[in-house]
Design a protein around this ligand. Structure first.
Ligand code: DGJ
Length: 534
């Protein structure tokens, strides 16, 4: 492999190409590198420091004109941009990509990359975005039935709906390939938005009732058996509790409850969306994912979209196909780190297309990238906080300077990220032979209310940290042996990957050597060197 990599520039010279243009032939893709799965763009790992637009903003180019520069000014590198089926296929088979081309041109002018959000059969558990020729033809495109009534929600059990959605998506991907396979402005596609049945735990249409009473597909139970040890604990417990059956109707295998309904809907949505995704990928193969409206604890399915890729049914989605590359949380919940862990497991990388922004997002992005090897972060309604002086902008600007270091440390697993507050004021990590004890900052009786950051082990007894409002103590893991002290703390910045040191901070700024401190007043990047004494 190494030899082949060495030969690449030689081939490039032979072909009269620079390596940059050679690499740019490569479409954006996900790659497992060491401890992380990373998004590779033009040959290098890429961190999405992004934001998602309001649903309707990108339906109009004039409306978007002033938004792009404001997003660029706040340091965003990628915009999650809604694109609806109704606007590209207003009449059946009559495709119009004017909006797509316009958005691409605007994004490029603002030096932004994009993730397109395919608002098609479903959006927030409803079907408001299909073209009217789909919405109005309820015979050809059947609806979900709840309590004996058809609702404004397309049934995932319909092959005709899947075919119409897939055809439009494939046409879109073919077009994107034609206009973007050189520039790679479009990095990924989100397929549909927050799918699932709202208002009930499952579809009760005639077709769905029949399928529910039929045997669970053998490929699903075979998957559960083959992946038994890595199944999400709640799903495994449910399957175990019902006798680990390999065959039977849905309620027999998964129990006669709303949980079985949710599993049934997950299978049906997953089959549909994998099918649409596969058709799009056949036209242009870039990473594609589905996002999730997260369930509240103890919330019954149907109060949130039943069948979306919640952690407890993500295995069902994986069993149903492999076209989708990963599953993403729309993470507004306060127990941010718990949800990150529930999605960053069993090979699923972490990217959140929707999250809280502002002060909360400015902190959480450090945890997502630093602790969970996330490859991107994207608060919703980003145009509402397009403030170059805002907290999110400050975090993005600093993280952009650290990008090469962050992606390298994600690969070798020598980095930790954290968010501290009064309820959770400290955290310990083991790094390079030390217990690294991180607490909210306090000095001379002043206590920080909040803190966040990340720390990377960059050499023997050397660490780089970034963030604000915390302090760090190092304790050697070995009980006996020399003691450790702080040799020096330097603030600094990375410019094009090169460390430019600033002030030496060995006075009040590191509490006279008692701790490595990050002031609560502003974001800083600092390097610490440790020394040993008897
Ligand atoms: C989640 C949805 O995915 C978005 O499209 C939007 O409706 C937000 N909720 C609103 O908070």
């Amino acid at each position: 492999m190494k030899n082949r990599l060495l030969l690449l520039p030689i081939f490039a010279l032979f072909l009269g190409l620079g390596t940059a243009s050679l690499f740019s032939q490569e479409t954006p893709h996900l790659e497992k590198r060491g401890a992380a799965t990373q998004l590779i763009v033009d040959g290098s790992p890429y961190l999405i420091l992004g934001g998602e637009l309001h649903n309707s903003s990108s339906s109009n180019l004039e409306y978007m004109k002033p938004i792009w520069p404001s997003l660029e000014a706040m340091g965003l590198n990628t915009v999650v941009t809604p694109l609806s089926w109704e606007l590209i296929e207003p009449r059946e088979s009559a495709f119009d990509f004017t909006l797509v081309d316009g958005l691409l041109a605007q994004a490029r002018a603002a030096h932004e990359r994009m993730v397109f959000l395919w608002l098609a059969s479903w959006k927030n558990g409803m079907s408001s975005y299909p073209p009217v020729w789909v919405k109005s033809d309820t015979r050809r495109f059947p609806r979900v039935v709840l309590n004996g009534n058809e609702i404004e929600l397309l049934s995932p059990a319909s092959a005709a709906t899947q075919e119409a959605d897939a055809r439009a998506f494939a046409a879109l991907m073919k077009h994107i390939k034609e206009v973007d396979s050189r520039d790679h402005t479009v990095l990924m596609m989100q397929v549909e938005n927050e799918v699932g049945v709202l208002g009930g735990s499952r579809d009760h249409s005639e077709a769905a009732d029949k399928a529910f009473a039929s045997p669970v597909p053998a490929e699903l139970t075979a998957y559960l058996k083959a992946h038994r040890e890595s199944l999400y604990p709640e799903l495994k417990a449910l399957w175990d509790a019902n006798g680990d059956k390999m065959a039977g109707a849905w309620a027999e295998v998964f129990g006669d409850s709303a949980r079985a309904d949710e599993i049934f809907m997950a299978w049906n949505y997953a089959r549909f969306v994998h099918g649409v995704t596969a058709r799009g990928k056949a036209a242009y193969n870039i990473p594609m994912y589905v996002n999730t409206w997260l369930m509240g604890d103890n919330t019954p399915p149907g109060d949130y979209p039943s069948g979306g890729p919640e952690p407890r049914v993500m295995d069902i989605w994986k069993a149903a196909g492999s076209a989708l590359d990963f599953y993403a949380p729309d993470l507004y919940a306060s127990n941010f780190s718990d949800w990150c862990r529930r999605y960053h497991r069993d090979g699923n990388p972490l990217f959140m297309p929707e999250a809280q922004g502002r002060t909360t997002g400015a902190a959480n992005v450090f945890y997502a990238l630093g602790e969970e090897a996330g490859f991107g972060f994207s608060p919703f309604a980003i145009e509402d906080e397009a403030d170059p002086k805002g907290d999110l902008a400050a975090s993005y600007r600093l993280l952009a300077t650290l990008e090469p270091l962050i992606v390298a440390h994600q690969i070798d697993g020598t980095m930790h990220g954290f968010v501290l507050n009064q309820g959770s004021p400290s955290v310990d990590f083991v790094m390079q032979g030390y217990t690294v004890h991180i607490t909210l900052d306090e000095i001379f009786g002043n206590h920080a209310e909040n803190g966040f950051g990340l720390i990377m082990a960059t050499g023997k007894d050397e660490f780089i940290g970034a963030g604000k409002g915390f302090r760090v103590l190092f304790t050697p893991l070995a009980a006996s042996g020399p003691k450790v002290g702080i040799a020096a703390v330097d603030e600094g910045v990375f410019e094009n990957g090169k460390w430019i040191p600033g002030r030496r901070l060995n006075g009040d700024e590191n509490d006279q050597g008692k701790g490595w401190r990050f002031t609560p007043r502003q974001l800083t990047t600092e390097k610490v060197k440790l020394y040993h004494f008897e």
